[in-house]
Design a protein around this ligand. Sequence first.
Ligand code: NAD
Ligand code: TYD
Length: 353
Amino acid sequence: MERIKRKILITGGAGFIGSHVIKLFVNNYPDYDIYNLDKLTYAGNLENLKEIETKDNYSFIKGDIVDSDLMQNIFQEFHFDSVIHLAAESHVDRSIANPKEFIDTNILGTLNLLNAARNEWAEGGNYRFYHISTDEVYGSLGEDGIFLETTAYDPRSPYSASKASSDHLVRAYYHTYKLPVVVSNCSNNYGAFQFPEKLIPLAINNIQKKKDIPIYGKGENIRDWLFVEDHAKAIDVIFHHGVIGETYNVGGNNEWMNINLIKALCGIMDEKLKRDVGESAKLITFVEDRAGHDLRYAIDSSKLQNELGWSPSLQFQEGLEKTVDWYLANEDWLASVTSGDYQKYYDNQYGIT
Ligand code: NAD
Ligand code: TYD
């Protein structure tokens, strides 16, 4: 069967998840034209895309989604028929320190993309605006319970509030203007190319350098972890087969208490670095808790599994080992992405002067 030629705008493609999505689409769909729009903030790095940067079906546009004129202009110039929207400010701790950037990029930036698509796309065409979001919009669970697509929104950090707002806008454009949208809300991702401000790469980096591993509060918070390549595959499936107007939860069915996760990671690091058993775990340091720290996230992805046939492919132990191997083999990448203001951020965040 002949594939329909597509012209896809992927935003935030130089970031962690976006770079995996770009690589998957550029490699698997040579007949699609893929445009990566990214502002290249501290979290965006073109080195993440070296593997595909010279491919004919890939183009990079440096730009800010907060610039509404630019969004209108690129839609008029390139006539995208689809958007996969990942660009965002993504780190909860930074949103606590500086909420404004999250409101600008995550809310206004999404609004600008929606308006540009709405202006360019005629009703009834074969278009698709796919918005990537987080399970954090659903709030915080106690010991029991699980997030369904129908769970009421209850965001509790500036980050999750900004993502919740953008989700609402996307759905509002579907209901009000019939913009053909689809939304997915995913749990915590881990894997190669994740900026070392998030828990897993931060811990790997610190263990390697024999620095303390900061654990917020008592380390009892729970997250549901998904290997980033499994998320990219889910995005592929939802982009191609998701029903317009629908929302899909994506998750690993893989809940870990932070302290247990870090102990497991320490075990892997001892082995890979040929250190004594227990050496890395000595670096665990309990620090002041995050303000408003959500206790537990758990996501039910059975709709995506049953209706679109996606399921996570990797066991956590295997995914963690692959991730550790990648970071240990890519010290240059780590040095490069942490060469800017990273140390300043780190010192502010963890109270080191
Ligand atoms: P990231 O921080 O690694 O990357 C974000 C990318 O967006 C960067 O390349 C950055 O340069 C770009 N960007 C930021 N502001 C921009 C702007 N104003 N204009 C253009 N580009 C801009 O984030 P990530 O972890 O890859 O997350 C990607 C998306 O997935 C986000 O929307 C996030 O909310 C969502 N998400 C992330 C996770 C996770 O665990 N990381 C889980 C669920 C959903
Ligand atoms: P993070 O990777 O920031 O993702 P999110 O806050 O979006 O879930 O954090 C994952 C968990 O790890 C969260 O409960 C906060 C905790 N955490 C620490 O204990 N120490 C750290 O240094 C970081 C960055 C996170």
